[in-house]
Design a protein around this ligand. Sequence first.
Ligand code: PSU
Ligand code: MN
Length: 308
Amino acid sequence: MKNYQKYLDIKQEVQEALAEERPVVVLESTIISHGMPYPRNVETALAVEEMIRRNGAVPATVGIIKGRIKVGLTAEEIEYMATAPNVLKVSRRDFPLVIAGKMDGATTVAGTMIAAEMAGIRVFVTGGIGGVHRGAGESFDISADLEELKRTGITVVCAGVKSILDIGATLEYLETAGVPVISYGTEEFPAFYSRKSGFQTECALDCPKKIAEVIEMKYTLGLGGGVLVACPIPEEYEIPYEKMDQVIQKALEECSAQGIRGKRITPFLLDRVKQLTDGGSLEANIRLVLNNADIGSKIAVELSRIAR
Ligand code: PSU
Ligand code: MN
């Protein structure tokens, strides 16, 4: 038994699926606690789980409650993550503080990858990942999500990165880190709200089975680290890049004017973007997460076929 297992609670249903090598998909909780307003956050979290079930996989939303790492939150626990007053944002460096202090924590992409690896789950669905921030040459602001993709063997299915980040620099970083980036059904890396970013990726695949084969090969070769699958938002929900870019410019200016630093930057920017688009961005956000859940769970199903 590994030492961390003392602090890990894997939901019964998830344990059973893992024991039988049935497909499981992990989900993050920062999107619930810090990414969307109540009650849409809870509705979305439950709808995403439902989508994963419909495709024959078991969902496991990850969060930390009173110092326990929960892999597979119940509906009541999801409600708790959405409404509790002091839920910290937890990336790799926050784990020891939150667990030792028996605190509540919402896991970021990096934090959720860590919990997924502890539990033995390989596929993770979310909305957007963190990346290299604009101006990182000066500020050194690079999300711990990228470092985690470099070291931890989880496949993260997302809708690309928001243009609050420097998309080109984020892709360069992932190349340096040895992380395969697969664009789903397109040559172009998607920019979250928009299907286009202006950046191509080396690998375009549109079939969950082929993607599962690439993931499996990465394990077989013992290369270590994760895989990023980027799925463009469905056309009917897309917000044009130019429109979002103006809003993002404004949010970025406010952020530096107010001297926001560190882990507060991303939540601040996300919140301002939401306000400045009058909630229009929230609808797109929900739709793209559901789309990612559809594709991610199909990949998980194919991976478990290979394993069996
Ligand atoms: N980007 C989004 N939505 C999000 C996040 C990022 O479009 O909710 C969250 C994720 O949990 C991600 C985290 O892991 O923010 C990254 O934070 P930071 O940039 O501080 O590493
Ligand atoms: Mn940062």
